[in-house]
Design a protein around this ligand. Structure first.
Ligand code: V4E
Length: 236
């Protein structure tokens, strides 16, 4: 089995009734958090064009999300392998970029510098989480004015994905969110708004899908004020 766990998730647009529905279903509040994510790629976008997402989540550490090893999931869900061990992350980065690892790259920052990776996205998320059985529900509000929710399961092996997928979609339906529209993640919206050329590249590569229409926002942003917005935008 590959190292790291596999994340099975389905994003949805939370409504005013979502938290009441979660409570009615017996979901337990699992706390609130606020964190900044910094994402990295080569200047010519070779990681994200290969659907590899390297991020430093402040307070949690480095993580690399890679595409599924086997069968792609249905339209309403995504599966990604999540690597968190420095050795696994650096090994995979070198594999994707076709570079032999160098001594001193046993920690991610050394490899990030050596491979010439650059930050391309930085944003803060305020999150409220719930747990129900083995599932987790996150209600996210990003500081660039986009809210999205997700039902998520973490499994240890590819053969556990189909059951987890069914559970995730079942809870999504129980929350009244069984529409056919694929809801974009924070990154799609971030890139579309702040890195349009990067966004176009990923559409061309088939890594991101075109946005049908920007979803409605049901609540005012939870994070406001100076210093909380995106750290950079593409040069003109
Ligand atoms: C995998 C991925 C990206 C990395 C961020 O993943 P995501 O789960 O959206 O972020 P977040 O903050 O909820 O992480 P968590 O706390 O759950 O670990 S950015 C883009 N992708 C690919 C992708 C995709 N193609 N389509 C959808 C709907 N989501 C993600």
């Amino acid at each position: 089995m590959p190292s790291g766990s596999i994340e099975v998730e389905s994003k949805f647009e939370a409504g005013p009734d979502t938290e009441a529905r979660l409570a009615a279903l017996g979901a337990a509040p699992a706390g609130s958090s606020s964190f900044r994510d910094l994402y990295y790629d080569t200047p010519d976008l070779r990681l994200t064009r290969a659907d590899h997402w390297l991020r430093l989540r402040q307070g949690a550490g480095w993580e690399l999300k890679c595409p599924p090893v086997l069968v792609p999931p249905p339209a309403m869900a995504t599966t990604y392998q999540e690597l968190t061990s420095p050795r696994a992350i650096v090994g995979r980065l070198c594999g994707v970029l076709g570079v032999a690892p160098v001594p001193g790259w046993d920690q991610v920052p050394g490899a990030v510098a050596g491979l010439g990776l650059q930050e391309f996205a930085s944003f803060v998320t305020q999150r409220r989480s719930y747990r129900l059985g083995g599932l987790r529900v996150d209600l996210d509000q990003a500081d660039f004015g986009y809210a999205v929710a997700e039902v998520e399961a973490l499994v240890g092996a590819q053969e556990d994905v189909p059951v987890a997928l069914e559970e995730v979609l079942q809870l999504r339906r129980a929350l009244g969110r069984d529409g056919a529209t694929r809801v974009p993640g924070k990154m799609s919206i971030y890139l579309q708004r702040h890195r349009p050329r990067h966004y176009q590249e990923l559409l061309l590569a088939g890594v991101l899908r075109p946005l049908v229409a920007e979803p409605q926002q049901h609540s005012a942003p939870l994070v406001t004020g100076p210093g909380t917005g995106p750290s950079s935008t593409e040069p003109p």
